[in-house]
Design a protein. Structure first.
Length: 119
């Protein structure tokens, strides 16, 4: 399985940004997809996740009401729509896959895409 994330960049506070993650390979093994982020000096943390069926989503408290995760199974793509971006959202965002073979282990990681927020 390979994950390719893109869409990061420099935005201003209050702007919107959409991250995309294209999945290639054994997509039949996908249980859920998630976006983690890591800011300098901070631990990597789960921001949002969605089951491949779309039946369940998760949002960290810090992004609830501002971020929306979605997936397009036909395109094997997961999106993270980021609205009302804040300086504290600045981080490297990683697209991550949680497979049926090891649920909860988040076993496949993309290369990360940088989000920079100017105030």
């Amino acid at each position: 399985v390979q994950l390719q994330a893109f869409g990061g960049g420099l935005v201003q506070t209050g702007d919107s940004l959409r991250l995309s993650c294209v999945i290639s390979g054994r997509t039949f093994s996908v249980y859920r997809m998630g976006w983690f982020r890591q800011a300098p000096g901070k631990e990597r943390a789960l921001v949002s996740s969605i089951t491949w069926s779309g039946s369940s989503t998760y949002y960290a408290d810090s992004v609830k009401g501002r971020f929306t995760i979605s997936r397009d199974n036909a395109k094997n793509t997961v999106y993270l729509q980021m609205n009302s971006v804040k300086p504290e959202d600045a981080a490297v965002y990683y697209c991550v896959l949680d497979s049926f073979t090891a649920p909860g282990s988040w076993d496949y990681w993309g290369q990360g895409t940088q989000v920079t927020v100017s105030s």
